[in-house]
Design a protein around this ligand. Structure first.
Ligand code: NAD
Ligand code: MG
Length: 392
């Protein structure tokens, strides 16, 4: 299988290359992209010898190309958004790992969908901001969309083969997404006033990029995942539940009308869903240790308190209201998280900024890409203003 990996230098990208390197006879890397950590991208090019490497700007491209030439590595370096779309739709590529973080991943993920590739989707923001357009492109081209997010990969594995189009007709009652609760699960809201970025990104179970780590602390990550589940599995908001499960061993569940609940379990390591999607419908080893339930001892579950985690409530609201609401939610969240990481916004103000942005940006239809991009742009302007108003 010939692969393009978007976001190769990130947490998911590195885990993907780890799985790929365990099966050299099976996978060939055609293209890699990275926006930062260009030294890591250079090392990846030296190891996997892709045809193309894509970086963010001309300066980084020049620097990387010079280094690769000096080391006699035959990779051609390209840069910018058009180059990302190019490597996502190359005729020789079978599958694209979409692992860029945030809205920047939308255009290349859509290009892969349009080109009919096997799309391995980690970039949940693409689906949250442009769900209907994304799913339309997948249907039109006949592309195969496989979720990498551990919860959705678990749901995919627990679904019947023929769920597409009418999950309810297949006897599915609910999709239950598990959530670790993040690093602040046991803290009262009042204790979170002075939380620092360092505390917020220290996740108890998963090692991830900074943005998704903050999203896990606010639990907006679970909110985005509820919206992601809606688009992937065609299940309405009322039938998507979230349950807190601190051990992150049960990755999610599907509840059927006959009382059967099918769950997928495993150690919390993203190489499992990555390997599952890379090899589907076959199975390959991933390097993840076998699950030792006796060593874990117990699995706990608690209900989610929506007042304690207002970001999840905002995401449910956006999904139920439809139109451009999820696009606005996603954009405002990206701006607020960036401001928090830059120490310009307090942790508790993240949800306040998102809520105020949803109240300010008009709810209009978002069934085409120009409308989505306009809602995204508008929400970023408003959210930035809201951040400045609340600046620490
Ligand atoms: P990360 O920050 O570690 O890596 C992000 C990658 O995207 C890097 O290669 C970076 O260079 C690239 N990138 C960043 N901004 C870019 C831009 N403007 N243009 C082009 N490339 C850019 O993030 P991650 O943790 O690997 O997450 C990637 C995606 O996968 C996110 O959407 C996240 O929600 C999702 N995801 C991650 C995990 C996880 O365990 N890390 C789990 C589930 C889902
Ligand atoms: Mg997840």
């Amino acid at each position: 299988m010939k692969l393009t990996i978007l976001g190769a230098t990130g947490s998911i990208g590195v885990s993907t290359l780890d799985v790929v390197s365990q099966h050299p006879e099976r996978f060939e890397i055609v293209a890699l992209s990275g926006h930062s950590r260009i030294d890591l991208l250079a090392a990846q090019c030296a190891k996997f010898r892709p045809k193309f490497a894509v970086v963010g700007d001309a300066f980084s491209a020049e620097k990387l190309q010079t280094q690769l030439r000096r080391d006699s590595i035959p990779t051609e370096v390209l840069y910018g958004p058009a180059a990302l779309e190019h490597i996502s739709s190359l005729p020789e590529v079978n599958a694209v790992m979409a692992a860029i973080v945030g809205a920047a991943g939308l255009a290349p993920s859509l290009a892969a969908a349009r080109a009919g590739k096997r799309v391995l989707l980690a970039n949940k923001e693409a689906l949250v901001m442009a769900g209907s357009v994304f799913m339309d492109e997948i249907k039109k081209s006949g592309a195969v969309l496989l979720p990498i997010d551990s919860e959705h990969n678990a749901v995919f594995q627990a679904m019947p083969d023929d769920y597409a189009g009418s999950p309810m007709a297949r006897g599915i009652k609910r999709v239950v997404l598990t959530a670790s609760g993040g690093p602040f699960r046991n803290r009262a809201l009042s204790e979170l006033v002075d939380v620092t970025p360092e505390q917020a990104i220290a996740h108890p179970n998963w090692a991830m990029g900074k943005k998704i780590s903050v999203d896990s602390a606010t639990m907006m990550n679970k909110g985005l995942e509820v919206i992601e589940a809606h688009w992937l599995f065609d299940v309405p908001a009322a039938q998507i539940e979230v349950v807190i499960h601190p051990q992150s061993v049960v990755h999610s569940m599907v509840d059927y009308v006959d009382g059967s609940v099918i769950a997928q379990l495993g150690n919390p390591d993203m190489r499992t869903p990555i390997a599952q999607a890379l090899a589907w419908p076959q199975r390959i080893s991933s390097g993840v240790a076998s699950l030792d339930l006796c060593a874990i001892g117990r699995l706990d579950f608690e209900p989610l308190d929506l007042t304690r985690f207002p970001c999840v409530a905002l995401a449910y609201r956006a999904l139920i209201e439809g139109n451009n609401r999820a696009t606005v939610l996603n954009a405002a969240n990206e701006i607020a998280v960036a401001a928090f990481l830059e120490r310009r916004l307090s942790f508790l103000d993240i949800s306040a900024v998102i809520s105020a942005t949803l109240d300010t940006v008009a709810a209009t239809s978002a069934d085409n890409l120009p409308a989505i991009l306009e809602a995204d742009r508008m929400a970023r302007v408003i959210a930035e203003t809201e951040c400045r108003r609340r600046q620490k």
